[in-house]
Structures are given as C-alpha cells and as structure tokens.
Design a protein. Sequence first.
Lengths: 297, 297
Amino acid sequence: MSDQEPRGAAAPPGAQRPPDGGAPPADDDGTGRYTVRSVARAMRLVQIVADGPANGLTLSDLARSLGTSKSTTLALARTLAAAGMLRDAKPGPRYTLGTTVIRLGDIARGQLPLGDLSRPLLTELAEETKMTSRLAICDEGFPVFIERVDGPGSVRFHTPLGQREMPHASAAGKAILATMTEQQVRDMCAQTGLPRRTSHTITDVDSLLANLELVRSNGFAIDDEEDAEGIFCLGTAIFGHDGAVAGAVSVTGIKGDLPAWRVNELGQAVRRAADQVSHILGGPRQKDTGRTGSETA
Amino acid sequence: MSDQEPRGAAAPPGAQRPPDGGAPPADDDGTGRYTVRSVARAMRLVQIVADGPANGLTLSDLARSLGTSKSTTLALARTLAAAGMLRDAKPGPRYTLGTTVIRLGDIARGQLPLGDLSRPLLTELAEETKMTSRLAICDEGFPVFIERVDGPGSVRFHTPLGQREMPHASAAGKAILATMTEQQVRDMCAQTGLPRRTSHTITDVDSLLANLELVRSNGFAIDDEEDAEGIFCLGTAIFGHDGAVAGAVSVTGIKGDLPAWRVNELGQAVRRAADQVSHILGGPRQKDTGRTGSETA
DNA sequence: GCCTTGTGTTCGGTAGTACCGAACGCGGTT
DNA sequence: AACCGCGTTCGGTACTACCGAACACAAGGC
C-alpha cells in the first residue's frame, strides 16, 4: 500500500556502494522476499489500469500513479500491451485493459473445476429464488466469487468477481468459517481483524463463534445487513471430493423484499443447490450439524 | 515461439560494446522493440500456466517451458503469485492461475461498455433461438468474444472468451469484414492469410469478397461449417456511437438441428438483437444494404 | 536397506539491463 | 507567440535480474 520507491530518491548520486556487497538483496517492492521488481511493478500497473476509469489512463497518469519515470513506465506498458494485457486506445494513446485479461479470466474459471458445471444450477437457483445467486471458491479460507447469475428482473448489485470477501461479514464467508475449528476461525480473524462495515456487523470473535454455531444448526449462514446496509444474503458451504470445504453458494437480495417467513424456505433452496454442486465435485452432502470432518486435517 | 535466450550464450565476455552505439538496443524477447524482458517473460509464464492442464504445473515444468533456470523461474512465479496472478496449490506446489486473473477479467468486461448491458439481450436471444449466443468486440478488425450465453439445453461448445477469432471463418468476423472497404479486407487477409479450417472454409480473397457482398444484401453473415465441421453460426455487426463497427452478435448451433427455412428467421432475430445493442451504444442501426458509411474513413 | 532421480529451495557473482533524467517533436490552450 | 501538457527517444550508470552450483527433502527402483 504505502510502498515508496527507494530507487531514485534515496540514493545520493555519488555514493558508490563498495562492491564487496554488504547489502542483502534488499526487500524488493514491499511485497515479499526474493521477487522480481520490474514484474511486480508491471502487475501494479495492470491493477492501476483496472482500478482506473473505463476510458483508460494516459501514460503520464500511469507514471504518476506508479511513481516511476515516464520512460520506464512506457517500457512496461509496451511490454504489457505486446502481451495483450493492456491496450492503447486509438485517439491519444490511453491505456485500458486488454483482451488477454478476459481470455485468462475465462480460462481460469474453466480450470477451476466448478467453473462451467455450476452455471445451470446457479441459473436455476436464481429463477427459483428471484435473487442474485453466486458461487464462491475458498481461497485460503476467504470466499472468492467466481460465478454470478442475476435473478429475473432483480436489481443489479455491484458484485465483483475474483475478489476476496470479508469472511465475517458475508454469508459465504460465514458458511465457510462454520466448517472450521474454533482455533482456525480465531486464526482467520487474527489475519484481517473484524472491521465494521455496517451497524450490524459482528465485530468480536466470541459473537462470531456463537453465530457460527447457529449456522451449523440451521444448515445455512445469514448476512443480515452485516456487509452493506439493506442487503440480505444467505449461503451454504460446498465440499470437494476430499471432504474439505471447497467454497459456498449464496443468494443476495434487498432486505425489504424479503419477508421473514421465507428465510427458511430460501435456506433449503440454497442448500439443495449447494448439495448438488458438492455432488458434482464428488464431495459429501453438507452435514446436518456439528462436526464437519475437517478437524483432523 | 522459437525465441531463444541471447543472454548467456551469445555474448562473448570480453566483447564490450563500443559506447557510441553501433548496435541498437537489441530486439528484446522477440516480441517487439523497447520492452522489458523480465515482464515479457512473466507474461509468457502466465500464458504457459493458462495453456497447461487444469491441475497446474510444477516449477520445473515452468522452467522447461520458459527456457530459464529454475531459480529465475521461481523468482518470477513468486512475484506473480504475490500479485495473485498465480496460485500455488497445497500439495507439492503446483502453479495454477490465481483469482486476480478472474477479477481483472471481470473488470475488463465491465469497462468494455458492452459488458453487462448486453447480457439480458443475449439471454433473450439465446432463449428465442435456442442457440448459444455470443457478443464480440472488434479488436483491430478481429472479433473477440467477451460474453456468452448458452441456449436452453443446448450442447456446450468450446467457445473461449477473449480470444481473437479468424475473420474469414466466423460469422462474427465476416459480419465485421462486411463493413469494411475492399482494400481494408485485403489488408486484413494479408495479416493472417486465410487458413483452411474445414472443407468449407473460404480460402481465397475473391470468394471472400463475393461472400461479403452477400452478407451486405442479406443483412447477416453465415458461417456454414467453415470454422468447424458440423457447426453453423450466424452473425451481424453492431455499431458504436461514432458510427464505426464496434463488434458483432452471433448465434451458434449444430448444423443438423437447423432446417434451411429457419435461417432467414434466425437472421432477423440476431439482427434485432444487434440493433438493440447498437442502440444502447448510441450507434446507428445496421444499414439495409450496400454502403456502410465507414468507407470515407 | 541404499542409491538414484526428481522436486523446491538458497546463495554468490557477474554481466547485462532496467532504470532515470534530459532533450526532442507535437498539439492543444492561455 | 509562448506556454504547458502529451508521448517519444537517447545515453550512461548503478543496480538487479539472471544463471549455476549446492542444498534439503520425497518418492521410486534395484
């Protein structure tokens, strides 16, 4: 986040370091140890373009955001453009994301066994519940949505794909957490904390653990305006062939549109869909309650 | 493809290049001039993983495919993994595509004005025609599909997104070519040639030009087993707010399922959908015949 | 059992290169 | 005209990305 370039600013021009090399490889870009700087920069460049406006950014914009000189930025951008990751629009070169990105994303979803297979099930679920239904994979404990089917005539939510969601403030996240041991849950929470998103967000571990107990007995997790005001989600976990949690299925809708008496019915529908996904994966159906088998791992 | 590393092998150690610069910066990686080598390699690495098996590749596999040492490959892979572009699976580190790729792809489609907006239209078209319907953007003359909606109960075709299709052997491609001048078409063909895909593929420019004339008078383009045996496609162009061709809409199905008398009806349906997309973009409806207006450009 | 072959990993050392800054040519606005 | 801003090119040098060898570990063969 707050990484600044140690390159041009810090080193006095005359100070030539003795060649015997007292300096270790010098932690690279703030990201980690032993990485390739120019590549890390290039990836940050892509991120910048992705976060930028839809009509693209100029080279100077990129140079400023990246904190490098224009010439360096040009070289990076050219290389990325040659690979199709970036694309320079015609009038007054503005860089946007290239088509290769789309292709890679499509391949990634296809390789992620759940990719295409779950689509029909999500479509069915979306029609049945009239809500936006999504499928998430479990990425080191975090839910990451990889597929989305909007309900018929439903409002379109801003639901980005491929992004880590907060485990404690999403239905999918809590469905996944509910399959873990208490210690694992505590470890997860230690990583990210439990940042408040709305006035309903669960912000202490003990309340979360109690909530997860409820998830286990109900068979589905609920996000009742805990992530965004007015938004209601409901999700259940799915399991892979090894019995470990593989992700979750969830539905999203406007809280006001949803009478309380429908919640249980929705929960059953989501759970039925999730079980079918688990079945495709060769995994077990969701356990009714309590133990989930992942404890021995 | 057949680029070999000029690094350690080619340059004699003592031969110090005269500083006046007789040699130009030495074409980098085979990709283009003035690019950053390590970044180009990193992107090739991602491509290799994408083209590899779904269960991933080992580091040694990557090193072999990339033609670099394991240590270099490790540094590249680590950097990419830190950015989320790659992901090392748990048992015996195997690299697969990371979730960032999915996120970027989703953003890219969202930024590509057609992204979400066209979805409902494609869904409608898919239900109406009972065929797989897709939307392509025009990338330097080439059609690149960015959205796909499978028809109800239709066979799932292998239809990768974000990939350049052959202009002469796809309905979308010919729909786009039909908006160009003869010279532009010839230039396009000169770039890629007209490789034969099936026994029905059009392989000489004059036949192609004649076919395009037919496209203009019909108002839609047909791919009658020209790209793949047994596959029938039908497409029409869409236009942006500047009046230039922006892409195409096409439907795909099994040739045998499609009686000849339905072709015209399908053409009208596709064209109606394409016109609606054009309308969303603020562009003109497709012209009935002949001139397409892009000739003056 | 040991030896072999594979894996992923770390560590020096050097040559090469990725980086910056300055200068250039353009098209726009003040 | 003079002025920014843009994208682009060109040298030169400090740095860094690269390789190769060595290491630790796991699996498979004789």
